[in-house]
Design a binder for this molecule. Structure first.
Ligand code: SF4
Length: 446
């Protein structure tokens, strides 16, 4: 997406109340000044995950319906007739259509259909088209997104364990089909996740990015991160500029964020804010450090998450996730670590190494090696450094496969933890009980 002005405007304002706050951030950045007459507008919220069981802890994970509805109101005021809301939620079962329908209903998207005549689509039920970039890379994007005249991009102000920040450019990943999402987590060091994510903005129609910072997420992007009520809105017609400012607000210089560096280079733009005018609140007064990383011990051959090391776990090496582990294996990874922690009874396991993603190589001399996921199995199934192999061949791996492989390797993880995974999000809601700043009504439409 190329911008039409050399100096980009980004506005930062404090969220105070419905409609007025979004109007302010839009007006200050002239966000809708270039909205074409009779435009077909595509709105991309960020839903990420959803569970149909209990109340979902949406804070810092999902775009507030409040901000989404306020944007729809501003578009309607400008006479926009055709407004599409589209999202492709990450699901463990790709045939599951009930979960997205439940999310859209709960978040009020169906109510917005009645109130404003918008259309809301589960993108996995819609067509996709191949886009070929200048370097020959291809990705399949939702046609509704590609063919829109104007994009309203509504990411959440959050960090991400792999991409450091997940803002406007990263939010576009939700318009890809499943194979293209997996492809973004390439094992090719030249075209790694950072590189692939940087390409996403090239396919985007012109538009307006509004980073929803009513809540922010440290160690995001999921509901297990540390959520803060920040009450910030960051808006710009230029996606890269919005992200550069968003990164600063999260405590990162844009030059530290590899996908922003790639994107700036591709557009022949500076990675600093020398081409950006920030209006409204000053970055320095609203910025705070948000950690993105989950700490692991440094020695690869005996690696463990720091929390597991503190528990005294022995006889297991579980290396830190790398960029090649895609979202589907990532969602399994957190539960698997919980299951392993619960299986620890103080007796060292039998020198077991667990490998994930697409790039890891076995450590010579380990007694047992568990390869998690089809990618890892294909990469290492014939590796001569593996003494005893336990394979989890699925893509994404199934609970049964994971439990069997670990049990066979002598780690007695329990299947019920995986079976209860849909209940996990609701358990997190307890953290927010009795705290009025965590207002679930921001995720509803009346
Ligand atoms: S095996 Fe895992 S990392 Fe590989 S594509 Fe499948 S879900 Fe993604």
């Amino acid at each position: 997406m190329k911008s039409d002005s050399k100096r980009q405007t980004v506005s930062i304002i404090h969220y105070e109340k419905p409609i007025d706050s979004v109007r302010k951030v839009v007006d200050l950045s002239h966000g809708l000044n270039h909205l074409p007459a009779n435009a077909k507008v595509f709105i991309k919220p960020n839903i990420v995950f959803w569970s149909r069981f209990g109340t979902f802890p949406a804070f810092g994970v999902i775009t507030t319906s409040r901000i989404l509805e306020d944007m729809v109101i501003l578009l309607k005021e400008r006479g926009v007739e055709k407004i599409l809301i589209g999202e492709g939620i990450t699901l463990s079962d790709r045939k599951d259509r009930e979960t997205p329908a439940h999310a859209f209903e709960t978040l009020g998207y169906n109510r917005m259909k009645q109130k404003y005549g918008v259309e809301a689509f589960d993108l996995f039920e819609r067509p996709y088209e191949k886009v070929t970039f200048g370097d020959g890379t291809t990705l399949n994007f939702a046609t509704d997104f590609l063919k829109a005249d104007f994009l309203i991009n509504l990411p959440v102000l959050k960090t991400h364990a792999q991409t450091m920040v997940s803002l406007g450019i990263k939010n576009v990943k939700g318009t890809l089909d499943i194979n293209s999402r997996k492809k973004c987590h390439s094992a090719d060091p030249e075209k790694d996740l950072h590189y692939m994510v940087s390409k996403l903005q090239e396919a985007a129609p012109p538009g307006f990015t509004l980073i929803d910072g009513i809540y922010s997420n440290e160690r995001g992007p999921a509901f297990d991160g540390k959520i803060r009520r920040e009450n910030l809105l960051i808006g710009s017609r230029d996606m890269l500029s919005a992200d550069k400012v968003g990164a600063r607000v999260l405590g990162y210089d844009p030059s530290e964020v590899p996908h922003l560096v790639h994107a700036a280079r591709d557009m022949a733009r500076p990675i600093d804010l020398s081409d950006t005018e920030v209006l409204g609140e000053k970055i320095e007064t609203v910025a705070s450090k948000h950690r993105h990383d989950f700490p692991y011990t440094p020695d690869e051959s005996r690696a463990l998450p720091v929390a597991m090391k503190r528990m005294g776990v022995q006889g297991l090496s579980y290396r830190k996730y790398d960029l090649s582990m895609c979202t589907y294996c990532s969602s399994l990874n957190g539960i698997l670590l919980t299951a392993i922690s619960q299986a620890w009874e103080g007796k060292p396991w039998d020198d077991v190494e667990v490998l994930t993603g697409k790039m890891m190589k076995p450590t010579p001399g380990k007694k047992k090696t568990i390869l998690v996921g089809k990618c890892m199995y294909q990469a290492n199934k014939n590796n001569p450094h593996i003494n005893e192999l336990f394979a989890v061949k699925g893509c994404p791996p199934t609970t049964t496969q994971v439990v069997k492989a670990f049990n066979d390797a002598g780690i007695a993880i329990r299947p019920d933890i995986f079976e209860a995974k849909d209940q996990f999000p609701a358990l997190f809601m307890k953290k927010y009980e009795g705290k009025p700043e965590f207002d679930i009504n921001l995720f509803r439409v009346k």
